[in-house]
Design a protein around this ligand. Sequence first.
Ligand code: NAP
Ligand code: GDD
Length: 346
Amino acid sequence: MKKKTALIFGITGQDGAYLADFLIKKNYIVHGIKRRSSSFNTGRIDHLYQDPHEKKRSFILHYGDVTDSISVSQVIEKVKPDEIYNLAAQSHVAVSFEVPEYTANADALGPLRILEAIKFHKLQDKTKFYQAGTSEMFGKVQQTPQTEKTPFYPQSPYGVAKIYAHWITKNYREAYNFFACNGILFNHESPLRGETFVTKKIVTALCKIKFGLQKELYLGNLYAKRDWGHAKDYVEAMWKILQQKYPDDFVIATGQTYSIKQFIGFVADELKMKIKWKGKNINERGFYKNRPIIKCDKNYIRPLDVQNLLGNAAKARRQLKWKPRYNIKKLVNEMVNFEIKKLSYK
Ligand code: NAP
Ligand code: GDD
């Protein structure tokens, strides 16, 4: 049987790496787009690398950028994939306040460029398209828990850009009969999570503090709540979305929500550290062995923040037969063990 071909934009990121692993295990030929960078940016996928001289490779990288229409168009024409996963984005919400125009270019116009390239090369009957949508689109939530029907109310340039991406995906589905789908994914983490997202930042810092390698951890809003899952579970949902008979949009979430402070508690429990909290607001501090190790820094407070996210993935459970294998404790356990192993190699 002929192998299916997938093209992943954003293959060097957390989800791209898990998705590439997943698809290779499913016997796909996986193509990925990487950006030119002055330092290595392929750490998460180096284990998949195959020498270009090898015949019949199942993992092939191409240079490209979703802000560059020609590179997007050329690679799509060359690969003619069965499935495209658009995971490429400036994905940091706080950073989107600093670089809003770039965020809109990559996160909103990026998927438009991909959809236009599919159309231009007349591939819409062959190529299915997945867009990496986000619970950030719900922002100032209008309903709890959030479902596919909950109205959007974004709270950041990132959220606003992703809403354009959501609607343009739906628009190409309805206007041109594309098999184009939106996953509306709630936060998902893993050992491969970028270092500046809050879960990874907390895990790394508390492990280092426990082993005397770091003194303090500075954070912003401790009371925001997130519905955190594991990236490995969530990339499986992406694939399932594209295997349906008809294109559609799905919320992917665990249905459990915790505050940043509660997440710190889970990590501290895993490390057998007892943390006592004192003070209020920006002066709130977390003490370990009578030393203040967690402090609040106003530089990490966003101009606007999404306060509460909680997803209802009933549609995905019913139609995709998807459910998460990880709960918060298992996720934290894996992230902490990974970090400790890394520290003990240093
Ligand atoms: P990530 O780790 O930040 O990865 C983002 C990927 O996009 C990286 O490969 C990055 O390349 C690439 N990229 C950034 N700008 C690009 C550009 N202009 N052209 C081409 N590639 C570009 O993000 P993630 O956590 O894996 O998330 C994957 C996608 O899902 C993103 O679109 C994100 O917005 C969305 N999402 C994530 C979550 C979550 O909780 N993780 C939830 C909902 C939706 P470099 O490695 O070179 O930077
Ligand atoms: N990053 C960060 N750093 N966040 C902090 C910090 C800190 O020092 N202190 C508190 N927070 C709070 C943020 O204000 C936010 O309310 C929450 O922790 C989560 O922040 P992030 O981990 O940066 O994730 P996010 O929820 O803003 O965005 C992630 O999830 C979205 C899905 O809801 C990203 O992966 C997005 O790309 C994704 O779409």
